[in-house]
Design a protein around this ligand. Structure first.
Ligand code: NAD
Length: 529
């Protein structure tokens, strides 16, 4: 039976030994999930919402225990775990319950548009059917918040879930699933509706080779692409939330006053260094006008060098990185940036602490052609780039393969057109985009190499289902359709097709609206039958 260990990022000690399931056990896990999913799919949205709301309460009650697991496996400061992981995992279940009722209820397709086809008195309705068994594969950087949304949304849509947490944070995943299972048992639901399998990428690969019906993957772009390609062979839908190289563009109007300078540098420092820089949507590149470059860099040096490490013995601002491997990877990246012409203005040296701590680091003067600018930077290293025109700022901001989030600071009227030109799934004006993760009704989605997928929001809930459209003909007189064989002439235009063609081209009439409203009403009545 393959085993693996988890290691404390604060001091390198062994935390626990874990056993990974083999193929037979994985097949059993999936078959139990399928058996549990059938009765769950038969429950009403209201019933599911009630269970999810109870899960939110149970997670809140288990908060201290869950936070202790995250603290142990990631070394994050406790206040940060409550602020990001805990509030978000609890919020995910509560909000999925709330939004799910609307997002997943049958949708009537009426309105004037419904008049532009056959005019045969039909109504159409879209109904959401669950995919079946959803595999949620998650990373280590927010080990509760990230899988939390995927699990909550999949359950709300009537699916069973198998979570494969990161091999670096398996206890967090197991503890999360245990709380959910306790609530399921209280509602006489099988615990196997939500299960956890632990292991590394190979276990993830083996899990996805089973009869899984959909995949929610959050992690690196390389692994996401691999999974997407594998699943495409079987038409299995995959939602991908991948890496980012998020730019923060500061316009000249965002740096007019000393107060603005202070606010900009504080936001950049926080959004780069929170979670030890290990956030997909962290501000990874700061773009400032060349005339303000020196002032911005000086303040950043001051602010970043004052951040202290949060260790088990001493409270501080930032915890360790997740592992010494990740720390060395980041350090090598910093060295390559120097080889490419970058200047380190603060940090850049390995800390002498025993764990995976890395100091907040600032890199300036990196040429736009530097290869390292094409990579994701997953640690507390901020790259500052100077620009001479707003057009150049946009070009620099977009010059990476990624497209997760971006932010623009300046006069809102000037910032808005810039926001529209930035290649990102989510752009913030006068706020760092990282904070948007906290708005669960807002779609969290990347474009380019950061997606495709969507978390949070009604859109994500709707993606957890396969939608079926059901059309009903309400007008019995039309049962004998005029286009049936025998009713139409094949060698000449009999007026039917020509009439329909011209009807399609006719501008909207009031008549359309009237009929459309009637059809909508019929559709709504039909959905209640
Ligand atoms: P990773 O891709 O190495 O691993 C993610 C998960 O995939 C882990 O559970 C891992 O065991 C599993 N895995 C690895 N290979 C697999 C395979 N072949 N088949 C199935 N599963 C496999 O990523 P990571 O290092 O854990 O996380 C960091 C990355 O996640 C960063 O790139 C970060 O930007 C990204 N991330 C993105 C978002 C987002 O919302 N876009 C959120 C958090 C993290």
């Amino acid at each position: 039976m393959p085993r693996f260990q988890t290691i404390s990022p604060t001091d390198g000690s062994v935390l626990a030994n874990h056993t990974t399931p083999d193929n037979t056990e994985l097949a059993q896990t999936v078959s139990h999930a399928k058996a549990a999913q059938t009765p769950w799919a038969a429950t009403s949205l209201k019933q599911r919402a009630r269970v999810l709301t109870k899960v939110a309460k149970a997670l809140e009650a288990a908060g201290d225990d869950l936070v202790a697991h995250v603290r142990q496996e990631t070394g994050k400061p406790v206040s940060e775990i409550w602020l990001t992981d805990m509030s978000m995992v609890v919020g995910s279940f509560a909000q999925a319950a709330r939004m799910g009722l609307k997002a997943l209820s049958p949708q009537s397709l009426g309105g004037p548009e419904s008049m532009r086809s056959t005019l045969m008195g039909r109504t159409h309705q879209r109904v959401a059917n669950p995919w079946g068994v959803v595999a949620v594969i998650s990373p280590w950087n927010y080990p509760l918040a990230t899988p939390g949304w995927g699990i909550a949304a999949a359950l709300m849509a009537g699916n069973a879930v198998i979570l494969k947490p990161s091999e670096l944070t398996p206890a967090c995943g197991e503890a999360l699933i245990q709380v959910i299972q306790t609530v399921l048992a209280q509602h006489n639901l099988p615990k196997t509706l939500v299960q956890c399998v632990v292991g590394d990428g190979q276990t993830g690969e083996q899990l996805l080779a089973q009869a899984i019906d959909a995949v929610v993957f959050t992690g690196s772009t390389a692994v996401g692409r691999h999974i997407q390609a594998q699943m495409a062979l079987h038409n299995i839908p995959v939602s991908l939330e991948l890496g980012g190289s998020c730019p923060m563009v500061v316009l000249p109007t965002g740096l007019r006053t000393a107060q603005q300078l202070d606010a900009i540098t504080s936001q950049a420092t926080w959004a780069r260094c929170v979670n030890a820089g290990q956030s997909c949507a962290a501000v990874k590149r700061l773009l400032v006008p060349v005339s303000r470059h020196e002032a911005v860099v000086n303040q950043l040096i001051n602010k970043m060098s004052q951040l202290t490490f949060d260790t088990p013995e001493q409270p501080g601002h930032i915890g360790p990185m997740i592992s010494t491997d990740q720390r060395f990877r980041l350090h090598r990246q910093v060295q390559r940036a120097v080889d490419d012409g970058g200047h380190i203005t603060t940090g850049g040296e390995l800390s002498e602490l025993p764990g995976a701590y890395y100091p907040p680091t600032l890199i300036t003067h990196l040429p736009a052609s530097a290869n390292v600018l094409q990579e994701e930077w997953f640690g507390p290293v901020l790259i500052v780039q100077a620009y001479t025109s707003v057009e150049e700022a946009i070009t620099l901001a977009n010059a990476t393969p990624y497209g997760l989030t971006a932010s623009v600071f300046g006069e809102p009227r000037e910032a808005r057109p810039v926001a529209e030109k930035l290649d990102a799934g989510l752009v913030s004006i006068n706020d760092v985009a990282l904070t948007h993760y906290g708005w669960l009704h807002v779609p969290w989605q990347g474009i380019k190499a950061s997606g495709p997928g969507v978390a949070h929001s009604m859109a994500s809930l709707q993606n957890m289902a396969q939608w079926k459209t059901i059309g009903t003909n309400h007008v019995s007189v039309f049962k004998k359709m005029p286009w049936l064989f025998g009713n139409t002439c094949t060698h000449q235009d009999d007026g039917l097709g020509r009439g329909l063609t011209s009807w399609m081209a006719t501008p909207w009439w009031r008549f359309d609206k009237l009929l459309g409203a009637t059809t909508s009403m019929l559709g709504r009545l039909n959905s209640r039958l």
